[in-house]
Design a protein around this ligand. Sequence first.
Ligand code: GLC
Length: 533
Amino acid sequence: MGLNVQNEWWRHAVTYQVYVRSFADLDGDGIGDLPGITSRLPYLRDLGVDALWITPFYTSPQNDHGYDVADYTDVDPLFGSIADADALLDRAHELGLKVIVDLVPNHSSDQHEWFQAALAAGPGSPERARYLFRDGRGKAGELPPNNWESVFGGPAWTRVEDGQWYLHLFDSTQPDFDWRNPEVGDLFEDVLTFWLDRGVDGFRVDVAHGLFKVESLRDQEIAEDEVPGASAASAAPPSSMVERTLRDEPMWDQPEVHDVYRRWHRILEKYDGDRMTVAEAWTQTPESMARFVRPDEMSQSFNFSWLLAPWSAPAFADVITGTLDALAPVGASPTWVLSNHDVVRHVTRYGGGPVGLARAKAATMTMLSLPGSAYLYQGEELGLEQDEVHPDFRQDPSWFRTGEEGRDGCRVPIPWSGTAAPFGFGPGTGQPWLPQPSSYAGLSVEAQQDDPTSTLSFYREALAARRAHTTGIDDHVEMIDLGADVLAFRRGPVTVVLNCGTAAVALPAGDVLLASGAVEGGKLPPDTAVWLG
Ligand code: GLC
């Protein structure tokens, strides 16, 4: 740890998540691409974010939209070329933006050359030993090796022609690596080095808690009232910790995984510029989240308890104190996030319509005042809601495997301009890979950019206010009691108040630095937040 260890750029950064398929389509095939992202980088600079995280753009059959990687060190022609990735990195750096790329180490695509070799080589071969192939149970091995279920629904095992089964915690086209095999660790060292050498500033690590499974691959113990399955989204707000019995999860969060992140830490340390890692780890407790960000492991971990918290002042307060308390002993800085490509957009989670939007802006503004860094998901700055994608156009493998909500509704390509699809997303006419609703006409960047009352203007203002008022201030958060329905705290010179109740509340003294709605006569209306200075 160097002397200026608390000053790394990522500790206070606001990072904007770009879902590559749905951000900007330069070649007009209806699917977003790297040159499209490059062309829109000035928009991100003007929005006021510090960094962007780009979801996987590597060679992939796209069964899970890039989270099924066939070649970790090449760009899928759908999204461009290595030269396009280099150009994106150069342009982002010119504009002062950092770039985080996605790393998918838990599983590959079944089209990866290693998995194809494993299928060809047969049982007992070194090629099979890079994945988790096992014989089945039952008289003729006709039953899966254990009772685990895939996160996307159905058994986590698929049988191959010669009778063996392989493990896939996600789709059957996403076989899990066996991280107990040293060849796997070596492969990923090469992948990290490849992208670090090209100049990426960090990695978002997919399913970071999943790499190691309990060695015996024993059955999961399932309590009577519990839904079986390898739920990746089992993180709970810290407040519920006390009442909660933890699930038995032999497929997640095994202690061996931390050696991987220590090794990666040593690799990143050799590079200049404070390269970073952020874990996607849906762990069950804030304490287990904290283990991923010990000083010699990852830089950050997504704090999903903020995203999972209901619209409730005590719940938000518990998440804040629970997070800060869990991270303090390891010296890590917190992260905050409300939306991403896997969850229902937060405007919709908070009820949708004008109330949902008011709450979403208030919760976002509260998050932006907290110590640490924040992650935004493309389109939230436009106030987009979860879209109801018609079954004929569904694409998400989890929707096909479970028939439940699925994730297409938060992945619809974002509207840039115009009054009809593709709303400036690409040069073509007509619908992109997921159809855009007609309501996008009023929500495009063009429609909002010059309107001072728009959600986009609010985000710009909030990000500017964050820079102006929270840079360099104390990280300590002191809770204030303004009533049961009100979240209120002081951070350095800034007082933040969020009204989750149904009546207006009287504000303490102070100048309004930023407000998510109308603050009149010293009163904060419901579903509104304010920063006072
Ligand atoms: C992560 C990704 C998700 C993907 C899954 C499997 O949870 O965020 O989109 O489907 O991992 O890679």
